[in-house]
Design a protein around this ligand. Structure first.
Ligand code: ZN
Length: 292
């Protein structure tokens, strides 16, 4: 009886704590536990198993990219601490694209760290309001995210600097109008590699949107093609994408964070990701042509 009551109170508590949790068909699978691990040098994976979140550290503070779902935020914060870092040292939070499965946790992570959120001008609007812009291809189906505070527009900057860290911007609009990928260098001993955090490059939309031409977002097709070309051209020794299964991360690193990290190094990864994205986009355009 007492135990049942305790369980009930615990259940209620978790309900109150996670009032902002988002439900979706994939959310539970995406949010499974993944022990944090070093990707290379000062770059660490801190996300749940199915949604990437990456920490890049420096003596002047850290940069976090993506916050997964709202319910992922406590897990990401715990992972950062498990690796021996302090949340208060996270100074900047960046993102790939402003959908709930990548920016959902950012509002809480921002509160826990006091970090500044920096995003492309279009994504910054979504982060501030929690609602996607009227030009989003998934406008009719996408769920809102918790609104973030202390959001700064990226503007025309080509890179973000923090101490010795420099993360270069690769604009990757198309999946969303404000999508962004990031590139930086990490070193282990004498070896330095170029790491890319890749945004989604797939043409997902609600039923009414057409990538081949739509008043809602007329540049969607040219944007996505340019983003795919930019990904193919990026200097890239390690690629981590926002949905990690797209590059088979889970086949290299298990849920305990164990695996052969050297297999993450693949100088053709960005080119392959771009080529697969182009193939999928061509198929989508062909379907639209057939009226499908
Ligand atoms: Zn998305």
């Amino acid at each position: 009886m007492y135990r049942a009551l305790l369980l009930c109170v615990a259940g209620l508590l978790s309900l109150t704590v996670r009032a902002d949790a988002i439900e979706c068909s994939m959310c539970e699978t995406w949010n499974r536990e993944q022990a944090p691990f070093r990707i290379f040098g000062n770059t660490y994976y801190v996300g749940p198993r199915g949604l990437s979140s990456v920490l890049v550290t420096s003596s002047a503070g850290h940069v976090l990219i993506d916050g997964a779902l709202p319910q992922s935020a406590p897990m990401i914060a715990r992972h950062i601490q498990q690796l021996g870092f302090k949340m208060s040292d996270v100074k900047i939070i960046l993102s790939s694209h402003a959908h709930y499965d990548h920016i959902g946790g950012i509002a809480e992570l921002q509160k826990l760290s006091g970090a500044k959120v920096i995003a492309s001008d279009l994504a910054a609007d979504v982060l501030r309001s929690g609602k996607v812009g009227g030009n989003d291809p998934q406008l009719e189906i996408i769920k809102p995210s918790p609104a973030s505070s202390n959001v700064e527009n990226l503007g025309a900057r080509q890179s973000i600097k923090l101490g010795e860290l420099r993360l270069s911007v690769i604009h990757t609009p198309g999946h969303t109008p404000g999508g962004t990928s990031w590139r930086w260098q990490s070193c282990e001993a004498e070896r330095c590699l170029s790491i890319v955090y890749g945004d989604s490059l797939n043409a997902v939309s609600d039923d009414s949107f057409k990538y081949s031409g739509d008043e809602r977002y007329p540049k969607a097709k040219t944007d996505l093609l340019a983003s795919i070309a930019a990904m193919a051209a990026a200097r890239c020794d390690i690629l981590i994408v926002d949905h990690p299964e797209r590059t088979g991360l889970s086949t290299i690193i298990d849920e305990h964070g164990k695996g052969d990290r050297s297999r993450l190094i693949d100088a053709s990864a960005c080119k392959r990701y771009a080529a697969e994205s182009k193939q999928n986009f061509d198929k989508r355009l062909a379907r639209e042509k057939q009226g499908g």
